[in-house]
Design a protein around this ligand. Structure first.
Ligand code: PHE
Length: 342
């Protein structure tokens, strides 16, 4: 029996496994139920008692060695075949660091704006980004020949009936006024779209925050006070505010709001183009025609609206010079706004 074990061991050692076929041949010949190793185990029953221990140990060893050879060969074959045509990773390379995310600067600033206005009673409201002509233009008093109604300025999804990507968040004004519940005190942040050539100062997609207050006897003074309050809370107590007369189809009178330049504090620099002032928003008293369009009686109610560009506010707040940075998701840019407590 001892000799048989030894010669089988030699046979196993000499067996060359090169591929899957020879591996399978090896398995059948030595390890299967009818294989040579099992055969010796069958013969083991007839070994005399005094030899059982010694022979048993040798047999078990033979079994382990023959199985190990099978497993190792199998692994080696898998490795060589799976590597064909596939780049072997270089495990010595440093790992790619796990980048922590950060709240986008636009979201951080928006959160602050929402906090400021919710502190003085404003609710959140929104309209759809895909809007019809009525809510984006007509109800807001845009004349039929207004340039924003042209394909060159706005992204139309359909012409006749006109459906487009909203060009401003003022559509939310119309929708909330149409709902008929008074008083209205809302801000509506959201994405807006314009057919602009993308540059450091313009983008085809950006964000606005629109505000609307409608009640009995709302005055222009209240509008001014609200803006003063917002600017001081947003940019600091020392920031100066000025109103310039302007025009929007949906407000009358209308104004644009400038604040003293945050960089040079009014002395003059290239951010404010040496004027000492930067524009931050448009505003005005809601046009009586717009109120009527939304079934609100202008003899009973009046109100004001304002709208600002979120990117613009954020650029001023952080002194960011290129609008495109907001949309590139470059972590080197975004990481600078980690742990900001604004
Ligand atoms: N909707 C205007 C714009 O897109 C901003 C605005 C809103 C102006 C509300 C006045 C009142 O420029």
């Amino acid at each position: 029996m001892k000799n048989q074990i030894e010669s089988l061991q030699k046979e196993i050692d000499d067996f060359r496994i090169n591929d899957n076929q020879t591996l399978e041949k090896y398995r059948i010949e030595f390890l299967s139920k009818n294989g040579k190793v099992q055969k010796l185990f069958d013969d083991f029953k007839s070994v005399s008692i005094d030899q059982k221990r010694e022979i048993g140990q040798k047999l078990n060893l033979l079994k382990t060695v023959s199985e190990n050879k099978y497993n190792e060969s199998k692994e080696a074959i898998i490795k060589t075949t799976s590597n064909i045509g596939i780049e072997v990773p270089d495990f010595s390379l440093p790992e790619i660091p796990n980048e922590d995310g950060t709240i986008h600067p636009l979201s951080q600033v928006l959160e602050k704006i929402i906090k400021i206005f919710s502190g003085i009673g404003y609710d959140l409201s929104d309209g759809p980004e895909i809007e019809d002509d009525w809510h984006n233009f007509t109800a807001l008093n845009f004349p039929p020949n207004h340039p924003a109604r042209e394909m060159q300025d706005s992204f139309f999804i359909n012409k006749n009936p006109d459906i487009l990507l909203r060009t401003h968040t003022s559509n939310a004004q119309v929708r909330i006024m149409e709902s008929g519940k008074m008083p209205i005190r809302i801000i509506s942040p959201g994405r807006v779209y314009r057919n602009e050539v993308i540059s450091a100062r313009a983008h085809c997609l950006f964000h606005q925050v629109e505000g609307l207050y409608i009640n009995k006897n709302v005055s222009f003074k209240e509008l001014k006070d609200t803006i003063y309050y917002f600017v001081k809370a947003m940019f600091g107590d020392n920031t100066k505010v000025r109103f310039r007369p302007s025009f929007f189809p949906f407000t009358e009178p209308s104004a644009e709001v400038d604040i003293s330049c945050l960089i040079c504090h009014g002395k003059g620099c290239n951010v404010c183009k040496y004027s000492g002032w930067v524009e931050i928003m448009g505003c005005g008293m809601v046009d009586t025609q717009v109120l009527e369009n939304c079934n609100i009686n202008p003899n009973e109610f009046s109100g004001f609206a304002f709208g600002m560009g979120l990117e613009r506010i954020t650029m001023l707040h952080y002194q960011i010079k290129d609008l495109r940075l907001f949309f590139e998701n470059d972590v080197r840019f975004l990481r600078q706004f980690q742990n900001q407590n604004i």
